[in-house]
Design a protein around this ligand. Sequence first.
Ligand code: ADP
Ligand code: MG
Length: 226
Amino acid sequence: MNRGAFIRVEGLRKSFPKQGGALEVLKGIDLSVERGETLGVVGISGAGKTTLLQIIGTLDRATSGSVSCDGRELTSLGEEELAKFRNRTIGFVFQSHHLLPEFDARENVMLPRLISGEDRLEAGEKADALLSEVGLSERLTHRVGELSGGEQQRVAICRALSMEPALLLADEPTGNLDKDTAGGVINLLMDLNRKRGLTLVMVTHNEELAGRLDRVIRIDDGRVVR
Ligand SMILES: Nc1ncnc2c1ncn2[C@@H]1O[C@H](COP(=O)(O)OP(=O)(O)O)[C@@H](O)[C@H]1O
Ligand SMILES: [Mg+2]
């Protein structure tokens, strides 16, 4: 296994407790991702794709095995260190945008920086720059409900990029979008990878998106099959 990889997963197992035993979801995943690489994850519903992403993203913990990212062994970090690492290194995009409806586009994108203690002016400038980059400079003060599905997802991507993460984890990011809107989001993600060297790990059923990634792995019965 490549020691220099940006993400390195070795012997990852995950089970969830259930009545009368354990549900084994991941049964020994080995995987490495280079910095700046784009990796797709496919597999049938229930295969464990989201679980894998959540563990790489430090939102959930492995049952056993090791996961390292950017040279740090994540399985040995405490909650506080994990939160710090996550905040600095990782951005998340989900199938639904999870934006806060009572706020406008700019405020949603500002939020991670405000939480990290940055002042409103700087956080606002950063948000405006990101939103302009994705073609939303005319939508800064639109509330979430006043944006189209594609615009909402672009705002969610900006929020994920707010802290300038090295890694973007996306779980079916085009799953709720029509074909043309999905195409726009795909172009945006590929652009961000190219321009910023952003490492992308994405669960997707979208063949156009999968076809444009450097590599695609399939999860089947808790294991990686190529
Ligand atoms: N927190 C949890 N507790 C119990 N079972 C879970 C939990 N999260 C996921 N599972 C189960 O793990 C399996 C894989 O789920 P998931 O990773 O969401 O699959 P996918 O994203 O590939 O559709 C499913 O059978 C699901 O029901
Ligand atoms: Mg899933």
